[in-house]
Each structure stands twice: as structure tokens, then as C-alpha cells.
Ligand binder design. Structure first.
Ligand code: MG
Length: 299
């Protein structure tokens, strides 16, 4: 399996020079270093500022954070997220730059099965043994980084067996020292396609991510898109790679500098027209099952 080449700032800048960008970033392992437990994660210093600055350059660039974390967690970690699209729980929920909230995947069937899985975890996860159950609403993760390796292997086997046999509306996802059961309809690739419809098909999609769950999104960037694996993994569908979150931050800073100042007031009409298009496109985004309020705004 060939290792993808390293992404250069020049290539990203060229893509930005050709037209609009849809810039999507995973959070853990991409904007934040991997840490022992999920609640210790913080964005690298400088990440919030560069995301804010890039978002202010809309519509030349639309910025989305696409994570397995809930939107509520992303808001806490990233602070006031004006201008950002936040996609949480592997693509279940989306909050737009103006706070409009919608559900991207029809996950209702998963609700009773998640309840059964919670009960199973309460009965089977030993206390004070280094395991951590992270309940994100539409997904439940079992972290075992601090557990005894043999005990972790045994519990993970049982967890996977239970999910495979008892919860058909959930799918398993394995990450770094974590196994997770996620509503089957949730998918970062589908989330990326929804974002592309929201911001407009002419925007070049760029996606950075480090985990297996990001592979679906790598496959959804389209023929002109730029998919970037953060770290090492083989095989991967990503066309490019970078070494780690520090390298992602440097690329974001260079892209931000290359884009110059935010869109000026003289571009206001274009910006408003683009926002109107985005709202219209949002109304067409599927998978809400009628749950999204008609007053939801994408922008
Ligand atoms: Mg990640």
C-alpha cells in the first residue's frame, strides 16, 4: 500500500486560489493532540483564533468541525463558534454558522437500542478498572486506555458481540483505545455530502482527519477534493497526509495568511446572496425526517 504524499501549504493555497473552499476538520487527533481521557482534550493553542479568522472569510471559505463528539462538547471546546459549522456525533447533528440546528441522519430507531446498551454497560463494566464510558446521546464509547490490556481485550470482545447481536440499528466503530456503538445512520461521509450541498457544489472540499471514522469522509470529498490523513495509517483513502495536529495548525495558519483580509463590505451583496442560497439548500438537505424546525437556518 502506497503511503500518501505529504500535503503542502502551496497545494492548499492553489485550491483556495481557484475558488471557494469547504474546509472540514475532525477534532480529536486533528485539532487536538490525543490525550489519556476524552475530557482532557483541548484544541492546540492558536486553533480557535485561526478557525475564527478563516470563518470570517466566508464565503471564500466555509469551515466545519466534524467530530464524534457531541455538538455541545464541541461548543465548549471551541468557544463561541460564530461562523463555524459544527457536525457532532459522527454526523448525526449539525449546527450552522448562525446557530440553526438540524439532524442530518434518521437515527430514531437507535434510541431503544442505545438504552439497552447503557443497561448492558452498567452491568458489565467493572468500576475503578480503568474503563470510561462516554455517553454522547446518539453514540456510546467505551474507552480502555487506562485499563489492563487483557481485561480490555475481553470486555471489548463482549461489547462488540452484544452490539453485533442485539442492536441492529447501531454499528461498531473502533478508534484509538476506544470502541464505540454509533447510530447506524450516522456517517461522516454523509455529513460531508450534506455540507457540500449546504455551501454549494462549486466549493472544493478539504477534509482533515486521523481516525477510521474519517475514511468515509475521505471518500466523499469528490474528484476535485483534498483528503488528508493526520498521522499514519495503512490502508487509507486519503490522498495526502500530514504528521499531526501541529502540522494541521501550521497549514491552517498559512492558508489563513494566503487568503488575506475578510470579505469586505463591498462584497456584502454577494455574501447575502450566498447566505440565501445556503438557507435554500439547507431546506433541501435530506435525512431530517421532518424533525428540523422550518425556522432552522443553515447559515
Ligand atoms: Mg479524530
Amino acid at each position: 500500500m502506497t503511503r500518501p504524499p505529504r500535503l503542502s501549504a502551496g497545494l492548499l493555497g492553489q485550491a483556495a486560489g481557484r475558488g471557494r473552499l469547504l474546509l472540514c476538520l475532525d477534532f480529536d487527533g486533528t485539532l487536538s493532540p490525543i490525550v489519556e481521557t476524552p475530557h482532557e482534550a483541548r484544541p492546540l493553542p492558536g486553533v480557535r483564533a485561526v478557525l475564527r479568522s478563516l470563518s470570517a472569510k466566508a464565503p471564500r471559505v466555509s469551515v466545519a468541525v466534524v467530530s464524534g463528539r457531541s455538538v455541545a462538547q464541541l461548543r465548549r471546546l471551541l468557544g463561541p463558534a460564530a461562523g463555524l459549522y459544527l457536525v457532532g456525533t459522527h454526523g448525526v447533528e449539525l449546527v450552522g454558522p448562525r446557530g440553526g440546528r438540524r439532524r442530518l441522519a434518521d437515527v430514531g430507531a437507535a434510541r431503544p437500542e442505545l438504552a439497552r446498551l447503557r443497561a448492558w454497560l452498567r452491568s458489565n463494566v467493572p468500576p475503578r478498572a480503568g474503563f470510561l464510558v462516554e455517553d454522547k446521546g446518539w453514540s456510546i464509547a467505551l474507552h480502555y486506555r487506562k485499563a489492563d490490556p487483557q481485561a480490555a481485550a475481553a470486555l471489548c470482545r463482549s461489547f462488540k458481540r452484544f452490539v453485533a447481536r442485539e442492536t441492529p440499528a447501531l454499528r461498531l466503530s473502533a478508534g484509538k483505545m476506544v470502541v464505540e456503538a454509533v447510530a447506524r445512520a450516522a456517517n461522516k461521509g454523509a455529513a460531508l455530502r450534506a455540507l457540500r450541498r449546504l455551501v454549494g457544489a462549486d466549493a472544493t472540499a478539504v477534509y482533515f482527519g486521523d481516525d477510521m471514522t474519517d475514511e468515509d469522509a475521505f471518500g466523499a470529498v469528490g474528484p476535485r477534493g483534498i483528503s488528508v490523513l493526520v498521522g499514519e495509517r495503512a490502508p487509507t483513502r486519503a490522498r495526502f497526509r500530514v504528521d499531526g495536529p501541529g502540522a494541521v495548525l501550521q497549514l491552517l495558519k498559512k492558508l489563513n495568511a494566503s487568503l488575506g483580509r475578510p470579505a469586505s463590505r463591498s462584497r456584502g451583496r454577494n455574501v447575502r446572496a450566498r447566505a440565501k442560497q445556503a438557507v435554500q439548500a439547507a431546506a433541501a438537505v435530506c435525512g431530517c425526517g421532518g424533525r428540523a424546525k422550518t425556522s432552522d437556518r443553515a447559515g
